[in-house]
Unconditional design. Sequence first.
Length: 345
Amino acid sequence: MDKLLEISKEALERIAQVADLKELNDLRVHYLGKKGPIQEAMKSMKDMGQEERIAFGKVSNEVKQNVSQAIEDAKAKLERIVMEEKLASESIDITLPGFKVASGSLHPLTHVVNTLEEIFLGMGYQIAQGPEVETDYYNFELMNLPQGHPARDMQDTFYIDVNYLLRTHTSPVQARTMLKANGQGPIKVICPGKTYRRDDDDATHSHQFMQCEGIVVDKNITMANLKGTLELFVKELFGEKRAIRLRPSYFPFTEPSVEVDVSCSNCGGVGCSMCKQTGWIEILGAGMVNPKVLKMSGFDPEVYQGFAFGIGIERVAMLKYGIDNIRDFYNNDIRFLAQFAREDK
Ligand code: FA5
């Protein structure tokens, strides 16, 4: 019994002096472990009489409990000290200015597509999509450009094989949309997307660019509807001051056809390198849907008429933001892109 009390005294003294958690854990293993001095002392119980054994058992349990409690208390105290030291050394000065998190911004072409979509959705259009890897059939045949047609040269093409190509314009989506409608109007859709041509890159041409197709098919549609729509679109996009000009043109899929120019925002119409000294920049092609095209896509041209247009997105973006080189959109120079701040900033 004396031995036991001696062990208890020694354990409590050592625990009281312990300096860190590791040392405390070593003491716990030593005193409360199976090979520890308390357990060792308890071995003598087998030689004791019953009364003595009961008394000894009681005391040894108390000793174990006391030692265990002392260890817990010391542990809590040491952990608190560690935490306080940590808090003191890692104190945060909440009055310091924060770090600025770098965030990206929408690409200017994405801004323009979003704006076009908003304008045309506001006019009651829906948005359609078509594949960039297109078949010759949709890109040319259904657009009234059969094999060997000289106008195919107007859109020098990246062919994948004899049937597949990278679409040269967004017009194949016209055919896809009309065929889906099974000869039943009205149709009123736009289709923004990427297009590809074997054009030589210069300040206003790129081998990969974007267009936004638009097509309306209904009864009693005339050229006046087309002109009114384009005027409204240009004014919404560029403001009341921009003028548009329609030039007679030729597209096999529209008859009559026009090319639409907007007065140059860079020089105000006087002439500069961006508008090739003409004061105008061509932004889209348009016209009344050729009756042959309507027929091939399942519509009766005696009942339905339509107009269509194909807007060059880069040209619009150049005019809108005063950019004089189309390559800026594709060079991914962060100093250029960072100027188009996020709308939610
Ligand atoms: C067409 O692509 C016709 N599909 C447009 C159309 C649709 C006409 C529906 C009638 C009815 P065009 O080849 O002119 O037409 O191209 C239309 C616009 O795309 C041009 O006005 C121009 O803004 C843009 N564009 C054409 N080629 C390039 C190029 N290489 N780089 C950048 N923009 C281009």
